[in-house]
Design a protein around this ligand. Structure first.
Ligand code: HEM
Length: 446
């Protein structure tokens, strides 16, 4: 059946508009929340995992949370996390080095995504919550288990099968929710104990601290009549932490995994990237990421990551609900319509990207996103408009550091045992894992 880039269908009383037209996404991106928000019916099913956290919220709770975290993820703040990101990334270098050593210095065939997952969980735990992977591990494990139970799609997006959970399955998800809440409550309480008797300038300066302080300072959400129900600020604090744990870990790990697989698949690009890294860091082990402009110098690496996000971005679908009658271009969309975007199709739209849209061509980003395609607003690996991802800078920095260190130390080829099968399971995952042949490199210093 041919259905085209714009079509409407209904499920009972709900109307769904599927949009795969760059020009329309551009118009949608120009509309501000709250008229265009998270779909309400998806929201109900996702309550155990996200509570009223920023990913699921609409209206004033969303505004409150976005304001709490936004400045904590600005580039100026991320610059203070560079050492810690690098430290975590060096762990993976040491681990792969050890595997090679145990193989008498010869090339090893490694499944990479688990190590990259641990890396991104460690970075997020340290940077945002002042703990490490060991401490955050139980939260990640339980959130992962809930995610698997809750189905085949993400909050960020779509096609949520609401009928799949049995009563027992449902009970189990709520049990896991309670476990996660207990773990996060303990983390918050521990932080409050640590903070006792400390002056403000002695307290940690991370996202968790900001979330705790804002919840005490900001009482607007508690005011009677402001919402249909009174908000429990303690629960909202827990929910927001939970949302950050969820939003910031697996997505980044998968993005790094897919980018490394593409780099291994295109040896000429791999060589070009390595030369750029060696040059930027003066042929020394890259450990000066905090030096001004070093990361910005990695222009080819940025292009490769952008292209990887275009073809293998972890977020597969995106969705919105119109909370008012709206107009996008010539199209009138009534209140209560669900809007769906299937990102891989949008990112391979030949009308927007040209006839080579399906090919890996990082050079299309040589002069920036605005020159790479007709409708830059329809490049949406991090979503669009006023609800776009707050973690973009964090993620891009983390991926650049991890890939620079890995490309400095190792060369990569795709293993003959690799089976290409990207599937959407909440996020875009490699169904059979990603296997790479990893070889140690020894650089002679300049
Ligand atoms: C490769 C990594 C990542 C990808 C692909 C990704 C993708 C997305 C997408 C598609 C959305 C929905 C945007 C929309 O509906 O238009 C989103 C929302 C969000 N992301 Fe990310 N994200 C990543 C990493 C992160 C990180 C590291 C953080 C935080 C440390 C983060 C925090 C958030 C938050 C708070 C939102 C909710 C924004 C809102 O609703 O206002 N993300 N992300």
């Amino acid at each position: 059946m041919l259905i085209g880039p714009l079509y409407l269908y209904s499920t009972g009383t709900k109307q769904h508009l599927y949009v795969e037209k760059g020009a329309l996404v551009k118009d949608m991106a120009a509309h501000m929340a709250p008229d265009l928000g998270r779909p309400l019916y998806l929201n109900q099913a996702l309550e155990p995992i996200f509570g009223d956290g920023v990913l699921r919220a609409n209206g004033k709770t969303w505004v409150y949370q976005r304001n709490v975290i936004i400045a904590e993820l600005f580039m100026s703040k991320i610059k203070t996390m560079l050492y810690s990101m690098e430290d975590s990334a060096m762990e993976i270098v040491k681990k792969w080095d050890k595997s090679i050593e145990e193989n008498k210095g010869k090339t090893v065939d490694l499944v990479i995504e688990h190590d990259l997952k641990v890396l991104s969980e460690d970075i997020l735990s340290k940077a945002c919550f002042g703990s490490n992977y060991g401490e955050g591990k139980h939260v990640f494990e339980r959130l992962g288990a809930m995610q698997t139970k809750l189905g085949k799609t993400s909050t960020l997006l779509g096609f949520f099968n609401l009928s799949f959970l049995s009563i027992n399955g449902n009970k189990e998800v709520w049990r896991m929710k309670k476990e996660v809440d207990v773990l996060i409550t303990k983390m918050i309480n521990d932080r409050e104990i640590q903070n006792k008797n400390k002056n403000d300038d002695e307290k940690p300066n991370d996202l968790l601290q900001k979330i705790i302080e804002s919840s005490k300072r900001d009482t607007t959400l508690n005011e009677k009549g402001f919402f249909k129900r009174k908000y429990d600020m303690n629960q909202l604090t827990i929910d927001l932490c939970k949302n950050i744990y969820f939003a910031g870990s697996e997505s980044t790990a998968l993005a790094t995994t897919w980018a490394l697989w593409l780099i291994a698949s295109y040896p000429e690009w791999q060589q070009r990237l390595r030369s750029e890294i060696l040059e930027a860091f003066d042929y020394k082990l890259p450990h000066s990421f905090s030096e001004d402009g070093k990361l910005q110098k990695l222009k080819l690496l940025t292009m490769v990551i952008q292209e990887s996000f275009r073809l293998y971005g972890p977020a597969v679908t995106n969705s919105r609900e119109t909370f008012a009658d709206m107009k996008f271009g010539d199209l009138l969309v009534p209140k209560g319509t669900y809007l769906w975007m299937f990102v891989p199709a949008l990112h391979r739209d030949t009308d927007n990207w040209g006839p080579d849209a399906a090919e890996f061509k990082p050079e299309r980003f040589a002069n920036g996103l605005s020159k790479a395609c007709k409708y830059p607003q329809a490049y949406i690996p991090f979503g669009f408009g006023s609800r776009n991802c707050l973690g973009q800078n964090f993620t891009m920095t983390e991926i650049k550091i991890a890939l620079s260190l890995l490309l400095y130390h190792f060369s990569f080829e795709v293993s003959p045992d690799y089976r290409h099968c990207p599937v959407s399971n909440l996020l875009l995952i490699p169904k059979y894992g990603i296997r790479l042949l990893v070889t140690r490199l020894n650089h002679t210093q300049k």
